[in-house]
Structures are given as C-alpha cells and as structure tokens.
Write a protein that binds this ligand. Structure first.
Ligand code: NDP
Length: 505
C-alpha cells in the first residue's frame, strides 16, 4: 500500500505500523486473521487492517495481564504516576500525526480527531495528579477501642471495551484511572475504528512494564470473551445499551465489577425565559451535528417553548443549512460522513419512516464534493418538524445528523416529555434566567445537565459523567472513575473487644 506522509512521520516516531491493529500481548504481536478497515469518506480506500481477536487471544492476554499484576499493583501510586507521566509524554509525541489517521478510519473532521487523539495524554496526565488520593489509607476511626482504616486496592485484570465513535478518548477514560489504581489491562478497540487507538496503545505498552497493557481488537467475539473471562475482575464498557446488557449478563459468571457508559437520547430544552439569538442557535447546531451526531451526549431532540418555536425553527434551519458535508481531511468540511454502512442505512431508514409517518423532514447543508458523494457514507443534515412526541425518531438514539424540533407549552409538560425515555445520559436547559433553568434541571432524570451549552468540553475529565436508567451504571471521569476501579478495603485493629456481642464470661 502506498504510504501517506503521516505514515512516514509515524514510523520515524517509532510506531511500527500505524495501519495495523494487531493482537498485542506482553509486547508481542500474535498471529490472527484480519480484515480491512475502510475510509468512510472514500470507500475504495483501505486505510489498514484489523486483527480479528478470538477468545483464545483474550485468554492469552488475560494470562499476561495477570502475570504483570503483582509487580504493577505493588508499586506505590506515585511510582505508577511517574511511569504513566513518562508514558503520557511518549504518547503525546506520537499522537500529533495520528489525528489524520483517525479521520481516515473514523470519518470525523480533523479538529474533532485532534480532540479525540489528544485525549490520551491529557487524560493520563490528569489521573497522575490524583495519585495522592490512593497513597494513604484513611483513618476511619481511632479511639480507645482501636483503629479502623479504609483504603483503595486495585481489582486485578481489567477489560476496557471501546466503541468506534471516539475511540481514543473513550478508551483512555477507562485506561488511565485503571492503570493508576494498579490494575493491568486487556483493551478491545472496535473493529470499525481500531487503527489509531492501537497505535497509541502500542506506544503506551512499550513505555510500561511488559504485560501491563494488552490489546485484543476484533468484533463481538473478543468483546464477549472479555465480558465472560473469569480471570477478569472489572470491565469498563462504553457502547450501546443493547451490548451493555449482553456484557452485564456475561459478567454475572464471576460477578465482575462493571462500569457501563451506554447510549443516550439527550434532550435540549429551550425555555420561555430563553433568548433565541445567533449564539443559542449556533451552540445547538454544534450540540447536534458535531461528529455527524455520533457522540453519546450529542443533543438528540430539541424542545422549544411554543412562544419561540417558529422563530427558532427558521433561524436553526438557516444555520444548519450552512454546514458543508465532505471528507473530514478537507478543511472546508464542517461535517464528515457517518462511520459505517449499518449506521448509514439505519439513519436513511429512520428518515424514510419519519417522512412516511407525516413529519416534515427538511434536508439541509451542501455537498463539498458532489461527484464523490456516493463513494462515502455521506448524509446531509436534516431537521424534522411536525413530528409526534412518541415518534421513533424522538424516542430512539438516532446517532446521526438528524434532529427533531418539538414545541411545548409548560415546564411540567417538557419535564415529562424529556423524562419519558429509557435513556438518561445528559440534557441541557437553555434560558437567561438561571434560577428558572436550575429548577427545571433538577427535575430531569439525567446524569448530567448543562445550562446554555451541550457539546464537547461541557463535561471535562474531572466532572462525574454517566447515565441514569438505560444510559449506564456507575460514573466515569474524575475521582469517581478512580474509585470505580478499586475495591474499598477496611482494616480494623480492635484493641478493646469487651463491647462485642458474645456469651457472658
Ligand atoms: P456497540 O455496543 O455496538 O459496541 C461497543 C463495543 O463492544 C465494540 O468494541 C464492540 O465490538 C464490542 N462488542 C460487540 N459485541 C459485544 C459483546 N457481545 N460483548 C462485549 N463487547 C461487545 O456500540 P458502538 O460501537 O456502535 O458505539 C455506539 C454506541 O456507544 C452508542 O449507543 C453510543 O451512545 C454509545 N456511547 C456511549 C458513551 C457514553 O459515555 N455513555 C460514549 C460513546 C458512545 P465491535 O464494534 O468490534 O463489534
């Protein structure tokens, strides 16, 4: 295959083959069947190959991770933080050119890929700053009866299963706290966007003791094997609610600890007390259409108070119409293709059914390269009005560049509509009256609620993040994620047991 300029840079930076996502166990690449990874903006272009990891590969990876666990877990948290900090420097040095590779395998525009890839070193460094939180056991109680401590201990071999939409960033939200806490890893990238993450993980693995980081790419078989394996104690899973349910069932076999970051159907609520101006409209364009709608906490439905609805729809459609859809490597593109064929066909089907049900589907935006349009999974952005609150498009997680806009008449009504969902990942309330917005926010069944914003950056790595209801179990980010990959141990030194229940002496 012809090498792109970025490949040369990567090779110089020490990444053996940035275009291969291999099974990597204790620093060794294992033989595996593989399949091509195709550029969703140019379907004739094979970007690289992904190994199809099997249950046997997962088993070898778990053995390697278990062998590395004693030494890694016995290091002090500060020693591990120092190792992770040095690894973050190496990851950061290799990461720059990888943004282009991510755009070629995932489809998103370059600035979005830079944020995704940059997340690796950023999140690692953030967690190294939390080493103090693990360093000392806490004195829980100390008095004449004795002393009781509580302390955080690593869990053991940890699986990290990652989706294709933000592969690097999401992987490191699990990887970083798990490593700092003293766990060793088996990471499974998605077969649909594995190359960049694998390149970053190769650098990470090379900069940590052998076997601390192992990688088994591939489809459902590798993921299911991780969820089932009895040598794994913890799984960080990020993906759809349906697969999360399968992971939960499989994990029951040895009662694995689970963190589940699942799907969302985020509502944005524009209250009567909002001002519908260009700022609000532009924010909501980004909230919906960044990454072609393929972020777990993109806005998936917009509710606008009836007093603003007509004005909002007019301004919003005008703003969405300025989006330019094309290859994410072209700086003129504001939106790339969707990532894969099932996703592409699912959204088209959803739009057809929405139209057939009588809703108004307004297709907007422009094609950067009309001649190359059919060689990619390109979809123009759509805004849907005259749609029933219970319609499929409103209640499902569409995960694509289409959004319904619905009117409402009262706060009670919109809180009911927003909460009438199996999901509860994030939501936003838009208003110039903070107290009004807070009052509504506190009534929403949603893990995060943002005021007057709802896009990448709104939930930084230090803020608890996760879902109510079908959107997940547990909270990621910050100290919450660190605690989620440790067991809490109590140590009790009772010097006076005279008050304990027992037979009279
Ligand atoms: P999937 O659930 O299809 O896949 C997620 C990962 O699980 C992939 O690596 C997949 O492998 C793997 N997998 C597939 N089958 C199994 C199985 N039986 N057991 C274990 N693992 C398995 O999700 P998508 O990749 O389609 O990602 C999109 C979804 O992720 C959306 O619902 C989105 O909302 C959600 N998401 C949630 C986030 C959050 O923080 N709450 C953040 C980002 C996304 P492979 O792809 O190779 O088959």
């Amino acid at each position: 295959m012809e090498q792109s300029p970025s490949t040369a840079v990567l090779t110089a930076a020490g990444v053996a083959d940035a275009h291969e996502s291999a099974v990597l166990v204790a620093g060794e690449r294992l033989d595996a069947d593989s399949q091509p990874v195709v550029n969703p903006a140019r379907l004739h272009e094979v970007v690289g190959r992904v190994a199809l990891g099997t249950a046997a590969h997962v088993d070898r990876a778990v053995t390697a991770a278990a062998a590395a666990f004693p030494a890694w877990s016995r290091m002090s948290p500060h020693e591990r933080a120092d190792r992770l900090s040095a690894a973050a420097d190496a990851v950061s040095a290799a990461a720059g050119p990888l943004a282009e590779l991510l755009t070629r395998e995932q489809g998103k525009v370059l600035w979005e890929s830079r944020v995704d890839v940059g997340g690796a070193a950023h999140i690692l460094r953030y967690y190294t700053g939390l080493a103090d939180r693990l360093a000392e056991d806490e004195v829980f109680r100390s008095d004449a009866r004795g002393t009781v401590w509580s302390g955080r201990r690593p869990m053991g071999v940890t699986g990290v299963i990652v989706p294709w939409n933000s592969p690097v960033y999401l992987a490191f939200l699990g990887i970083s706290p798990a490593l700092l806490a003293g766990n060793t890893l088996v990471v499974k990238p998605s077969e649909l966007a594995p190359l960049t993450l694998s390149a970053v993980l190769t650098v990470l693995a090379e900069n940590l003791p052998e076997g601390v980081v192992n990688v088994v790419p591939g489809g459902g078989e590798a993921g299911a094997a991780i969820a089932e394996h009895h040598g794994i104690r913890k799984v960080f899973f990020t993906g759809s609610t349906a697969t999360g349910q399968q992971v939960m069932r499989a994990a029951a076999g040895n009662l694995k600890n689970l963190s589940l970051e699942l799907g969302g159907n985020d509502p944005a609520i524009v209250l009567e007390s909002a001002t519908v101006d260009d700022g609000l409209v532009d924010e909501l364009v980004q909230s919906v259409f960044t990454a072609s709608g393929q972020i777990c906490f993109n806005v998936k439905r917009i509710y606008v108070h009836r007093s603003h609805h007509a004005d909002f729809v007019e301004r919003y459609t005008a703003a969405v119409d300025r989006l330019v859809v094309g290859d994410g490597l072209d700086p003129r593109s504001s939106m790339g293709p969707v990532n894969n064929r099932p996703q592409f066909e699912r959204i088209q089907g959803l739009l057809e059914r929405t139209r057939a049900a009588g809703a108004t589907v307004t297709t907007l935006g422009s094609k950067l390269d009309p001649d190359g349009w059919d060689d990619g999974y390109f979809l123009l952005p759509s805004v849907v009005t005259d749609v029933a609150p219970g319609a499929e498009l409103v209640t499902c997680e569409q995960f694509g560049p289409v959004v319904p806009v619905l009117p409402f008449d009262s706060d009670d009504e919109v809180v009911g509509l927003a909460n009438d969902s199996e999901f509860g990942l994030a939501a936003s309330v838009w208003s110039r009256d903070r107290e009004h917005a807070l009052g509504v926010a506190r009534r929403l069944e949603s893990g995060s609620v943002f005021l007057n914003v709802h896009r990448i950056g709104a939930s930084d790595v230090s803020m608890p993040f996760g879902g109510f209801k079908g959107s997940g179990i547990g909270r990621g980010h910050g100290i919450n994620a660190l605690e989620a990959c440790t067991e809490l141990q109590t140590i009790a030194d009772h010097v006076d047991v005279s008050g304990f229940p027992g037979p009279a002496r």
